[in-house]
Ligand binder design. Sequence first.
Ligand code: NDP
Length: 487
Amino acid sequence: MAAHKNYIGGKWVESVTGKTYPVHNPAHTDQVVGEFQTSGVEDTLTAVAAAKEGLVTWTNTPAPARANIIYKALEILGRRAEELAETITIEEGKPIADARGEVKRAMAIMEYAAGEGRRMFGYTTPSELPDTVAYTVRRPLGVVGIITPWNFPLAIPAWKIAPALICGNALVFKPASATPLSAVKLMEIFEEAGLPAGVLNLVTGPGGQVGTALVESPDVKGISFTGSTEIGTELYSESAKRLKKVQAEMGGKNAVIVLSDADMDKAMNGIVQGAFGSTGQRCTATSRVIVEEDVYDRFMTELIERTSKLIIGDGLDASMDIAPLASQNQKDKVLEYIGIGTEEGAELAFGGRNMTGGEFDEGYYVEPAVFTGVTPDMRIAQEEIFGPVLTVFKAKDLKEAIGIANSVEFGLSSSVYTKDITKAYEYINTVETGMVHVNASTLGGEVHLPFGGLNSSGVGQREQGTAAVDFFSEVITVYIDHSPEAS
Ligand code: NDP
């Protein structure tokens, strides 16, 4: 099988290391999805140099003309949508319905970002001096590094790349090593759309080499990162030393509160989908539920009934609810946390088995798990598991529930189910998360609204919406003295 190449300066090239690595299908680990370049520092610096060249043309291309290329890429992606959805499922493992949703999400952000090409607003304001005009304009940052995780191999790159391009930046994109095929296809799409050489460059390879080289290069002016809190924290501090602009979207431990007046069906739908959809491998996945004690027993009976009906198997089969985890590492980590929860004294109320036998032996399958009797100090209550594991708490009232919700280092997304508007607002005003839902799951977000978290979940400007334009551009303030003579 010919190895997929890096895309640098408008050409598909091999890494100078001469090394490649395979990616396997998480549902059938004997199937190789593709071979990819194991690039290193030299490849990355070549890509940065290519981006510097590409920047000259692209910065001088009017933003509405940049938009035309993104619209063209959107059209091509639309044509290849099903192929891309299958690619996501084959390399990441998620159910095909989730993969199709991811492609739609990528398309929506491209459409939104292209529209920004006709806005990109600055403002004018009166100067305090006579005969003087004062206004602001936006300029690109320059060369920007894009570093992404494996759990949304198309949508996360798209929601960074499209806004960065519309603002006139040139990019070096380093996808997660586990999911480079969606990235390669995204490059093909932009190439076919007519993006000039050097404007968007792809380098696959280990984060410690390629990602570090981007952070350390003085020619890279900004980094947009999504991934673990551990790597994001290190990347943020290393970038700060070099005065780079950084946005880092990181982990989550998202909580849902169910009050006694909640619409139980609605809550159950949101929680089951939030906890186990995409096999729990979403940064916005529901990993904690805090239930008011009056309805706790009823809630638990329904939750276990609903969870036990979920069907587990290869994500390409559209009838599956739960697909394999993305890698052996992910499977080991999830099973380790299930063990930790039991050792800590929580009760494994449902599931949590390592799925074996038949088709399950071919992939990284774990049965969804529900823990009860969880206390806020336990590791399973505090640490991001990033898999189909739900921890359930009992609270006597909203105040206690909010206390539990806020007792973690993370602050990405959260939700409350209640019909009481006063309680809903009390929650909105006190919960410490960047995104708050009422009567809806912790998942997702819309592309024209800011996306991101507080505390250990995120630092730097938000992604998507107009916040993305704020991150990927610098505001320049202009003063023009047009007085007729020296004063
Ligand atoms: P990692 O932090 O392990 O990796 C993220 C990216 O960083 C990968 O491309 C990785 O490369 C790269 N990387 C690794 N080491 C370095 C380094 N030293 N310098 C620069 N880059 C490096 O995260 P995962 O890929 O495991 O993704 C899962 C995490 O992402 C979860 O914590 C999840 O919560 C978070 N996430 C957050 C979202 C949000 O918006 N808040 C959305 C989606 C996911 P390589 O793959 O080669 O190791």
